[in-house]
Ligand binder design. Structure first.
Ligand code: DHB
Ligand code: MG
Length: 221
């Protein structure tokens, strides 16, 4: 089973290259205790999200799919002073856990957790007329990913980065005749990314503690 080796290597890499992270260890424990599904980004992937925020100099970050706030903390901690994360979460119970975790991590005033279907919240965010987002992390319900991409494009500017999680899903993305909306939504998302002349795109397969999956990265031209 390659998965067990991937997980073992992930553990080795975490131990070797990441600093101790008591806040995020606590968050993982809290999420587990609250019964949240353990589908957060991995610690190494979270470190990549932090790095992308820093590399792009992002000040305004939009996240779709908060869950317990594990990825949100990685995004928030890389912001410059005055930076902000707006994060959308469908499940009130998840949002409540996330708010508690974010409070504990010291990001109460940095992160705006919006509860509700992102497709309802996104028009509100647009109507509020804030500055464009510099980075968007799409990690919510996969069937809506094509819609989330449209919104990400409306709410960003040239130079913004759009990151999509879970674009491989153990290879299911290439399953012939797939009808399940998670797979078709992911495929339609990738097709839309590839066809959009406004975007420079890549997609990378990943292995590790989350098995086999992948990220899409799109830079707005
Ligand atoms: C699932 C969702 C995710 O965002 C993820 O990273 C892994 C799994 C899921 O819905 O199963
Ligand atoms: Mg995900």
């Amino acid at each position: 089973d390659p998965g067990s080796t991937w997980a073992e290597v992930d553990e080795y890499l975490v131990q070797t290259v990441l600093p101790e992270d008591e806040v995020l260890e606590l968050v993982v424990d809290e999420n587990q205790a609250a019964g949240l599904p353990p589908i957060d980004v991995s610690p190494l992937q979270g470190a990549l999200l932090s790095m992308l925020v820093r590399m792009t100099g992002a000040r305004r970050v939009l996240e779709l799919g908060t869950l317990g706030g594990f990825s949100t903390i990685h995004l928030a901690r890389a912001l410059p002073p005055g930076g902000r994360v707006v994060t959308c979460e469908h499940e009130p119970r998840h949002a409540e856990v996330a708010r508690r975790n974010l409070d504990r991590a010291g990001f109460t005033d940095v992160v705006d957790v919006r509860v509700g279907a992102a497709l309802d919240t996104l028009p509100q965010i647009e109507a509020e007329g804030g500055e464009p987002f510099d980075l968007v992390f799409i990690d919510a319900d996969k069937p809506n990913n094509p819609r989330y991409l449209e919104w990400a494009l409306r709410l960003t500017r040239p130079g913004s980065l759009i990151v999509g999680d879970n674009v491989v899903r153990g290879g299911r993305v290439v399953e012939e005749g797939a009808t399940d909306p998670t797979t078709t939504g992911t495929r339609d998302f990738l097709t839309a990314l590839g066809e959009d002349p406004r975007l420079e795109v890549t997609a990378l397969q990943t292995v590790g503690s989350k098995g086999w999956d992948g990220f899409a990265l799109a830079l707005v031209r």
